[in-house]
Design a protein around this ligand. Structure first.
Ligand SMILES: NC(=O)C1=CN([C@@H]2O[C@H](COP(=O)(O)OP(=O)(O)OC[C@H]3O[C@@H](n4cnc5c(N)ncnc54)[C@H](OP(=O)(O)O)[C@@H]3O)[C@@H](O)[C@H]2O)C=CC1
Ligand SMILES: CC(C)(CO)C(=O)C(=O)O
Length: 306
C-alpha cells in the first residue's frame, strides 16, 4: 500500500518518521526540491520526548514533479496552503487515494466534500506537538493522541486494518467513528491556545500562568459552545476547560503552530480557527465578540515578527 505524506513540516515529518519506523515506507512529498535533496542525503531525524534520536531513511518526492498514484494521502500542509493544492489532490483521489486531513481548524473538508467521494475523505485530529527544526529534523514536543475517522459514517475495512497496524507498532492512534465531534473539541482547544500563545509569543505551558487567562478561557469557550450548539454539536464547557489546561501541560515546551507562524512571518490559520467560529456565529445568529477580537488581533500581528 502506498501512503504519501503531503507536506514535510512539523506534523508531516513526525508522521513520516513514525511510519518509516513502523515499517510502512511512506513517500514524503516536499514543497521544494532542496528539502527533498536534504532528506534523501541526510535521512530524517526524529528527536523523541525521551531525548532519543532516531534517523530513518525515507523515500521523498517534491511536489513540482508528476506523482504516481497513492492508496492514501496524509495531507499535512496548513489550511492556508490547501486551496492551491485542490486540483492535484482531487486528481489523486480520482485515481483512488483515501484522503486524510490532519489540519487544525475547519475549512479543508468543506472545500473537498463536493469534489471527491465522501467515502474517500478521512479526518485526523491530534493533540500532539511537533516542531520542525530545519529540513531534516523534527522534535516531538508534546505527548498527545491522534484520532482518525471517516468524514461520513462509511467504514472502510482496509483503513481500519491500517490504523490497527499502526497501533500494533505502538503509535498513539485510535479510530474514532465520531471524528466530527472530536474535531469540534479540538477546534475549541485551538481557539484558546493558538491565538493567545501567538499574540503573547509564549510556549503553551506558560499560557495558564498568564494574567486574565481564566477570563479568556471562559469567554472564548462560552462562544464556541453556543456556536457548536447552533450546528447541533453538544460540547461541555467545563470538560473543554480541563482539556485546554491538560493540553497546555502535555505540550508545555511546544510553541503552538500559530505562535510559530507569527514568529516566522507566515500567514496563520486564524481564519480557520477563531475565524470559523465568527463566520458560523454570524450565519447562525450567535454573537462571538471575543473570538472576533482575537481574529482581528492576530490579523494585525501577522507580518509583524517575521
Ligand atoms: N505543529 C504542531 O504541533 C501541530 C500542528 N497541527 C496542525 O497540523 C497542520 C500542519 O502544521 P505544521 O506541520 O505545524 O505546519 P508546518 O508549517 O510545519 O508544515 C507545513 C508544511 O507544508 C508544506 N507545504 C506548503 N505548501 C505545500 C505544497 N503546495 N506542496 C507541498 N508541501 C507544501 C510546507 O513546506 P515549506 O516549509 O517548504 O513551505 C511545510 O513543510 C496545521 O493545520 C496545524 O495547525 C496540529 C497539531 C499540532
Ligand atoms: C495541540 C497544539 C496546541 C499543540 O501546540 C496545536 O494544535 C497547535 O500547535 O496548533
Amino acid at each position: 500500500m502506498e501512503t504519501a505524506i503531503w507536506g514535510a513540516g512539523s506534523i508531516g515529518l513526525l508522521w513520516g518518521a513514525r511510519l518509516a519506523l513502523a515499517g510502512q515506507d511512506p513517500l514524503i512529498i516536499t514543497r521544494t526540491k532542496e528539502q527533498q535533496e536534504h532528506l534523501l542525503r541526510n535521512g530524517l531525524h526524529l528527536r523523541h520526548r525521551s531525548g532519543r534520536l532516531d534517523t530513518v531513511k525515507v523515500r521523498v518526492e517534491w511536489a513540482g514533479k508528476d506523482l504516481g498514484a497513492f492508496d492514501r494521502i496524509l495531507l499535512t500542509v496548513k489550511q492556508t496552503a490547501i486551496p492551491s493544492l485542490i486540483p492535484r489532490i482531487v486528481e489523486q483521489c480520482r485515481q483512488g487515494a483515501m484522503l486524510y486531513l490532519l489540519q487544525n481548524g475547519m475549512g479543508a473538508e468543506r472545500w473537498m466534500v463536493d469534489k471527491i467521494s465522501p467515502s474517500q475523505l478521512w479526518r485526523g485530529s491530534t493533540t500532539e506537538g511537533a516542531l520542525r527544526e530545519g529540513d531534516t529534523i523534527v522534535v516531538h514536543t508534546g505527548e498527545g493522541e491522534t484520532y482518525f475517522g471517516p468524514f461520513t459514517h462509511h467504514v472502510n475495512d482496509q483503513e481500519l486494518r491500517w490504523i490497527n497496524t499502526l497501533k500494533e507498532h505502538g503509535l498513539p492512534v485510535e479510530y474514532d467513528p465520531f471524528i466530527h465531534l472530536r474535531t469540534w473539541k479540538k477546534l475549541a482547544i485551538n481557539c484558546v491556545i493558538n491565538p493567545l500563545t501567538a499574540l503573547l509569543q509564549i510556549k503553551n505551558g506558560a499560557l495558564v500562568d498568564q494574567k486574565d487567562f481564566t477570563i479568556w478561557l471562559e469567554r472564548i469557550l462560552a462562544e464556541v459552545v453556543c456556536v457548536a450548539k447552533s450546528d447541533r454539536i453538544v460540547l461541555d464547557k467545563e470538560e473543554l476547560k480541563e482539556k485546554v489546561r491538560h493540553v497546555c501541560e502535555q505540550t508545555a515546551q511546544n510553541r503552538s503552530s500559530m505562535a510559530e507562524d507569527l514568529r516566522l512571518g507566515h500567514p496563520s490559520e486564524i481564519d480557520f480557527i477563531n475565524g470559523f467560529i465568527v463566520t458560523m456565529g454570524r450565519e447562525k445568529g450567535v454573537k462571538t465578540p471575543f473570538n472576533q477580537e482575537l481574529l482581528e488581533r492576530v490579523h494585525r500581528a501577522e507580518g509583524k515578527y517575521g
